[in-house]
Design a protein around this ligand. Sequence first.
Ligand SMILES: Nc1ncnc2c1ncn2[C@@H]1O[C@H](COP(=O)(O)OP(=O)(O)OP(=O)(O)O)[C@@H](O)[C@H]1O
Ligand SMILES: [Mg+2]
Length: 332
Amino acid sequence: MLGKKVGIDLGTSTVRLVVKGEGVIAGEPTVVALGAGAEWSSAMGVAALEAVAAAPEQRLYRPLLGGSIVDPVAARTLINHIVTRAVGRQRIFKPDVVVAVMASLAGDQRRALLEAAILAGARTAYLLDAPFAAAMGCGMQLHGSNGHLVIDIGAGKTDLAVLALEGIIAGRSLSGHGGQRLHACIEEHIKSAHGIDAAASEIEEVIASLLRVGPHEERQLAITGRGEGGERTVTVTSTEFLPCVDAHVRPIAAALDEVIAETPERLHDDIREEGIVLCGGGARLEGLDRALEASSGIDVRVDGEPLLCAVRGTGYALDNFDVLKRNFMYIR
Ligand SMILES: Nc1ncnc2c1ncn2[C@@H]1O[C@H](COP(=O)(O)OP(=O)(O)OP(=O)(O)O)[C@@H](O)[C@H]1O
Ligand SMILES: [Mg+2]
């Protein structure tokens, strides 16, 4: 094996990278900075945020929205940066690259990503659907005939799938449904109910430490934001956000019901035995596991490192090209 093997989890909010044998997993915000007409002299991730803060002629671009590619130039630039980060500019041997994407990503966008990876210098480029990436990354053994049920709740999308015999048996890919939508709901509620614009970090704090799925003892949190008359601090409660939580959880529970209903009877025992695994940042929402357990009647567990399921899965896939070749689009 001469070329490097590079796995990329192309998330809506965070892009994560693994290089086989180097044990490195790096994450960066999914953003690029581009100057006018200088596509390839641009920056990505944290460096892009810094570049835009320092130089007003640079602009920040977000290649993904709702799990889909909304800016192909920015996406191509991002892939180029990541591959370069992984293997360096001086390459004797070209790398093999696997990119994890939303299961419902459109065909033309898939092709564009593969081409971007080849343009960035990849020898072969593969796409891996998020449920496969998440399932492999959380340790599910996809080689046998057993059924597995995994849910990946990210910032821009939610992917649910029953996997068996190395294929998707039943699945739902909810484009646009994820943490960013929940974030927007909370932001709007705080604005309308308390009259302040809370910073994104304050809203993420609400999500991480205040929200809870289902009935619970009310909790409170003080948050600061800009309103009329300047900076103000208000107290918000967990119960006032229940409509946002409900709007977030209900479609996931409904999709889970549909996926289970479409799953052949012979796989139900496997899934019951193994349980459903939750991956992605949204898996950390407190009480979500219990709520889905109650609605589905199947044990649910959250992976120990839910944010890393998909990128770890790309790493496993790089050692199992047979699986990739059978199931996924690739360019060589
Ligand atoms: N404790 C928590 N409860 C609920 N959501 C959380 C929690 N912590 C993080 N999140 C959400 O997780 C999301 C990020 O997850 P992740 O990194 O898996 O997304 P992504 O891979 O970038 O996006 P996608 O897979 O949708 O393209 C953010 O929207 C964030 O709000
Ligand atoms: Mg993701």
